[in-house]
Design a protein around this ligand. Structure first.
Ligand SMILES: C[S@@+](CC[C@H](N)C(=O)[O-])C[C@H]1O[C@@H](n2cnc3c(N)ncnc32)[C@H](O)[C@@H]1O
Length: 213
């Protein structure tokens, strides 16, 4: 799978690319390309944003800058999904993650300050996604959230079976996973449920099914 990210801060993604499971699939199942809007801006002195028409605080990412960045990489119209990360987008959830995980390549656009000129979302993107009903300072964390959620599903990212049986999975009926415990079996009087220490896999399985939330 290939994911292309257009951002003003490509180095912000260093953290993500050093962490497992992403680090484990990079260069194999996952190709991650990072592009800086400033590298292809048609404006002078690396300018990428401008004051909003109508006045008001903050700067707005320019449509000509984003179009130039996309043209430089794709050489014209794109035939794959181009996603603006924006609080106005449809909300990310596990079914959106699964939908995106089936597509390659994906392009993610990250803005900052006041966000995108609306023509970017309307004419240069085919989708818009929000990672939740709150406002972050820029789209880089949302892009990393989306990449992590998608890439951990790629073959080799996690131990076999991990993503089939976890919160929001079809196997658990879209519900939340049962609780987990590890050693010690008792700590400050807080005991692990006896059944989990019993070695009786049928009873453990039944207990886990009962405790899906
Ligand atoms: C400060 S925000 C802009 C907020 C915008 N003026 C508003 O009121 O909706 C700057 C950028 O961060 C990103 N961003 C912030 N919150 C986000 C969220 N919940 N989901 C996705 N992207 C978000 C988007 O790229 C957005 O354009």
């Amino acid at each position: 799978m290939r994911i292309d990210v257009f951002t003003l801060v490509p180095h912000a993604f260093a953290w993500l690319t050093e962490q497992r499971p992403i680090a484990g699939v990079l260069g194999g199942e996952l190709e991650l390309r990072l592009f800086n809007f400033r590298d292809t801006t048609p404006l002078r002195a690396g300018q990428v944003d401008d004051e909003p028409y109508g006045g008001g605080a903050g700067m707005v990412l320019r449509v000509d800058v984003v179009a130039a960045a996309l043209d430089a990489v794709y050489g014209g119209a794109t035939d794959h999904r181009v996603i603006a990360l924006t609080p106005q987008g449809r909300q990310l959830n596990q079914s959106v993650v699964e939908e995106l995980a089936d597509e390659s390549p994906l392009t993610l656009l990250s803005a900052r300050f006041e966000g995108f000129d609306e023509r970017i979302v309307q004419h240069l993107c085919s989708d818009a996604i929000s990672i939740g009903p709150y406002v972050l300072s820029n789209g880089d964390l949302p892009a990393m959230v989306l990449i992590d959620a998608v890439a951990r599903r790629l073959p080799g990212a996690l131990a076999e079976g991990s993503v089939e049986l976890e919160s929001f999975s079809a196997e658990l009926g879209g519900r939340l996973e049962y609780p987990h415990y590890t050693r010690p079996a008792e700590f400050r009087g807080w005991k692990v449920p006896d059944v989990l220490l019993s070695g009786d896999h049928a009873r453990i399985d039944a207990w886990r099914r009962e405790h899906v939330r």
